[in-house]
Design a binder for this molecule. Structure first.
Ligand code: ARG
Length: 580
């Protein structure tokens, strides 16, 4: 599209030599109705405003006529038609241009993702998932894991250096209680693994004791002190407790096929006092009821040291942001948590900025709403318990399997069914989350997420499988479609083909926007529009004829669509299946 932008820019400069060229940036948008054109040039109103500021009154029509005149005069090879329409100018591109652009973008090889528009090589930290040791990983963490992974994948696609950071809550006073409880249960000298299958239940048991037994409570506090002062026995037990949780988390990450690098809260432990000292030196810390706080004139302050001398979640995040900006040299740090934590991060960003720690670094909170059940209330099991992630995943796979068995039981072997069910079940969970606007509350429904209709993972996977089957049906090797010579003489003959190309070519715009706003649902919407444009095309345009011969242009268009879907699957972390 760069050529089109350049042509428009030149036309604007020619039409308005009196305006500084820097102010004449073409505002190009996809046309709302392809009948009238493929793009709209939306510069008329801005130009009218600029002229007015210099004391020159110009009507919309005058400006529009000038732009159309200059664009026409330029005779740009990619433009087929220029037509003024109220406050913008419609531009229709030539078939050849649309085709060439799409070939350039999508048709490198079957194994290569669409070419990314050049993006500055940045170092980006994404802080996501981040469950807490000995507490259950809940649906909020699941959202963070899924959205965070997609954000990472987007920047990995753009060839940035991405740190996938799991800021696990693995440090804090709860460990005193757990260690004291281990001691009471004589579990301290088990050789390696702790004999705990359910750490969350163990935690609950310890907590009851903690709340009821004063003497125990006292011992728990002593254990925290010992742990924090580096006592070997306590450190060893702490490590083993973390290991139990880690195994459980890892099992979920493995199923979701999501990679994370664990850099938990404990990692920053040695930096905490230094962090407070430095902030104190900068004059940012003050005493308040014995605690050390940073007052940023917001609803509440940051607390960097408690009255009892302990550090807090705030202290750790201050240490972490400095470490990421200055040691990891991140250009951008993205925090993926529920929106409830937004105020906390706003304070952290403000304080870090004031401290001068993030001069070359953009911190950004990528927040999301709460997960609710179909009744609109917080997600619970029938018996009222909080839903376990593992059960959720198992259930999704199970329901996918039932569905597939109903329709395809005799087409596939049991193994194939298991594989497809897993792909569908997991993709459904991910996609349902990603395709709803992340800042809204998210209604969890197996029925909706596993449906074949509408904007769902099943529908997308099915579309992909349908396109994949074309190559099998005509019996060629997929690489053949990428043969450059055979791409020379493609011919567009139907509007559905044109429309499909125009939709496909929105990719850059979608990526550009997502890089800014980190909103995966826009990518899902685009994928859905690609899918529906393809369905339209497929219904009206024969790819394979009755006699087995095929239309090469349409085979290529199908392959481009497959590439577009594949790209979306990659960024969204969905697993494609060739057959379904
Ligand atoms: N462990 C926290 C929680 O479960 C999330 C941590 C988010 N990241 C951070 N740097 N504070 O709510």
């Amino acid at each position: 599209m760069e050529q089109l932008v350049q042509a428009c820019k030149q036309a604007l400069i020619n039409a308005f030599p009196e305006i500084d060229a820097a102010q004449l940036v073409p505002v190009l948008q996809n046309a709302t109705n392809i009948k009238f054109g493929h793009y709209q040039l939306n510069n008329i109103m801005p130009i009218q405003k600029i002229l007015k500021a210099t004391g020159k009154e110009c009507s919309v029509k005058e400006i529009s006529d000038k732009i159309v005149g200059e664009l026409t005069k330029m005779n740009a090879p990619m433009i087929a038609k220029i037509a003024p329409a109220a406050v913008f100018v419609n531009i229709t591109l030539t078939d050849k241009f649309l085709l060439d652009q799409a070939i350039e973008k999508f048709m490198t090889s079957p194994e290569t993702l669409p070419k990314p528009t050049p993006y500055p090589k940045q170092t980006i930290a994404v802080d996501f998932s981040s469950p807490n040791v000995a507490k259950s990983m809940h649906v909020g963490h699941l959202r963070s894991t899924i959205i965070g992974d997609t954000v990472c994948r987007l920047f990995e696609y753009l060839e940035c250096d991405v740190h996938r950071i799991n800021h696990v809550g693995d440090w804090g006073t709860q460990f005193g209680m757990l260690i004291a409880f281990l001691m009471d249960k004589n579990m301290t000298d088990a050789a390696h693994e702790l004999p705990i299958t359910d750490l969350v239940a163990f935690y609950k048991e310890a907590k009851v004791r903690f709340d009821e037994d004063k003497e125990f409570c006292e011992r728990a506090h002593q254990e925290v002190v010992k742990l924090q002062s580096g006592s070997e026995l306590e450190l060893g037990l702490w490590k083993r407790l973390c290991e139990v949780s880690r195994k459980e988390f890892q099992r979920i990450y493995q199923q979701l096929d999501i990679k994370l690098e664990e850099v938990g809260e404990s990692f920053y432990n040695p930096l905490l006092q230094k962090t407070v000292d430095e902030l104190t030196k900068l004059g940012m810390v003050q005493l308040s009821d014995g605690a050390q706080i940073i007052d940023l004139q917001e609803a509440f302050p940051l607390m960097v040291k408690k009255t009892d001398g302990g550090f807090t979640y705030d202290t750790t995040d201050m240490a972490a942001i400095k470490y990421r900006a200055q040691d990891l040299k991140c250009n951008r740090i993205i925090y993926v948590t529920d929106l409830g934590q937004l105020p906390h991060f706003q304070l952290i960003f403000k304080a870090a900025k004031q401290a001068g720690w993030i001069e070359n670094c953009l911190p950004q909170h990528c927040g999301f709403g709460v997960v609710v059940g179909e009744d609109g209330k917080k997600l619970k099991t029938r018996s009222g318990e909080t839903v376990k992630l593992q059960e959720l995943i198992d259930e999704s796979i199970k329901q996918a399997e039932e569905q597939i068995k109903q329709t395809k039981a005799d087409e596939y072997t049991a193994e194939e069914i298991a594989e497809i069910s897993k792909a569908v079940g997991i993709s459904a969970i991910k996609y349902a989350d990603l395709c709803s606007r992340r800042t809204g509350d998210y209604r969890f429904s197996f029925e909706k997420m596993l449906s074949f209709k509408g904007n769902t993972a099943s529908y997308m996977l099915y579309s992909f499988a349908r396109i994949s089957s074309i190559v099998r049906k005509i019996g060629i090797d997929r690489h053949e479609i990428y043969n450059k010579e055979k791409m020379q003489n493609l011919e567009i003959t139907a509007d559905q083909e044109r429309n499909l190309l125009v939709v496909l070519l929105k990719l850059d715009q979608v990526v550009k926007q997502m890089v800014e706003d980190l909103m995966p649902h826009n990518l899902c919407d685009w994928m859905y529009s690609v899918s529906t444009a393809y369905t339209d095309f497929y219904e009206k345009c024969r790819v394979i004829n009755q006699d087995g011969s095929y239309n090469w242009t349409r085979v290529v268009l199908s392959e481009m669509t497959r590439q577009a879907l594949k790209f979306c699957f990659y960024v969204l972390g969905l697993k494609e299946v060739e057959r379904m």
